[in-house]
Design a protein around this ligand. Structure first.
Ligand SMILES: [Zn+2]
Length: 378
């Protein structure tokens, strides 16, 4: 991994390279920013640059130290990441590292309860008592460092504070507020930002072999996270998008029976993730309409393959109306989160979608979720 392979984090990378050039490396960094924007890859690029034989501000990528660092076989580069208790044997950890080394598109995913195992941090801390094997500095990358226990942080503190330490800690997190202040205050913070859609789209097209249409839809759904786009790349996003727009077609008709059918279909989707994505596509349609009204060029639209439809609809709904419809969709999201039955949530929004509805229908629909509130089995 090299800095020049990191997507869209120019500021963070420039800061790190400058620190390497000046040789003023701190004891610990905290890389903070959203999930899936390149924090771990940047940490690994930093580790490689530090152990690289060239000793510059970028790993050469070809010397034996770089090659071993890239395969997680360098004795002075360690990476810890959260695992479930049944996955913390050395073999399954080695398998994950192998996958990261082999697949440039690898995405770390783990369950909510996964944590950085205490046995591994103990072992690591024992190792830190010794000098690095070859490199000037040992690098420890702690991925999602907020997933540790209080006593693990206390055990780490000593190493973080040690003057003239031979270890560089690189902690990554998307939830910095969950780290104890004692840890945060001892780290130099580097901020990572969401990636823009063009960057993600370009990566999917050029480097992940995704076709043009799905690449655009995935990039729009990704909300700035390349990992999110990569985890969804096997899905039929174009089909989901069409489904989402078809649903809005029913809502647009203002026909209560069509709306009821559409709400029923939306509710029948087996998983919440699909429901969410459909809603996201509906939000994205509204965003396209808003952009069109503001005179944005066609290539700024997610649904540009539907440009004729968009151009037909856009003049008829003004910015206020787009906002009103956005608020209706936000209501669906909140209602589903609050365990309103999805059918009621979608029906309530769809029935108020088109403005030409008689007022009494809209009022009755608004009342619906209240009496149909039920816990949804999950
Ligand atoms: Zn090298």
């Amino acid at each position: 991994m090299r800095f020049d392979q990191i997507l869209g984090q120019e500021r963070a990378v420039a800061t790190l390279r400058a620190t390497l050039r000046e040789g003023r490396i701190p004891n610990a960094y905290l890389f903070e920013g959203p999930w899936g924007v390149g924090k771990t890859r940047t940490a690994l690029a930093l580790a490689a640059a530090l152990v690289c034989r060239t000793g510059s501000d970028e790993a050469c990528g070809v010397c034996p130290a770089c090659v071993r660092a890239g395969r997680f076989q360098h004795p002075d580069v360690r990476m810890l990441f959260p695992v479930m208790s049944d996955e913390d044997d050395p073999e399954s950890i080695a398998a994950v590292l192998q996958a990261v080394a082999d697949d440039p598109h690898h995405v770390f995913t783990y369950e909510k309860a996964a944590s950085i195992r205490i046995g591994l941090t103990r072992e690591l801390l024992r190792e830190l008592a010794y000098k690095p094997y070859e490199a000037r500095r040992r690098v420890v990358v702690l991925r999602d460092a907020d997933r540790m226990r209080e006593d693990q942080y206390s055990a780490m503190l000593k190493s973080l504070e040690e003057p003239g330490a031979s270890t560089l800690w690189v902690l990554t997190t998307s939830r910095p507020q969950r780290l104890p202040p004692t840890i945060r205050s001892r780290c130099l913070r580097v901020r990572f930002t969401p990636l823009d859609e063009e960057t993600i789209e370009g990566y999917l097209l050029d480097r992940a072999g995704v076709g043009a249409a799905p690449a655009r839809l995935l990039a729009a759904l990704a909300a700035g996270s390349l990992s999110r786009a990569l985890t969804m790349r096997g899905e039929n996003v174009a089909g989901l998008r069409d489904e989402a727009l078809r649903q809005l077609g029913a809502a647009n008709s203002g026909d209560a029976s069509r709306i009821l059918v559409a709400a029923g279909e939306a509710a029948a989707w087996s998983n919440r993730e699909k429901m969410r994505r459909t809603l996201e596509f509906q939000f994205l349609l509204l965003r396209d309409l808003l952009r069109l009204r503001h005179g944005a060029p066609e290539d700024a639209l997610v649904n540009r393959d539907r440009i004729a439809d968009l151009k037909r609809v856009a003049p008829a709904i003004d910015v206020r109306e787009i906002r009103r419809r956005t608020a209706l969709l936000e209501e669906v999201v909140r209602a589903i989160d609050a365990n309103v039955t999805p059918e009621a949530a979608f029906f309530s929004a769809y029935v108020r979608w088109a403005k030409h509805l008689p007022q009494d229908v809209a009022t009755r629909a608004e009342a619906w979720p209240a009496w149909n509130r039920a816990r949804v089995e999950t």
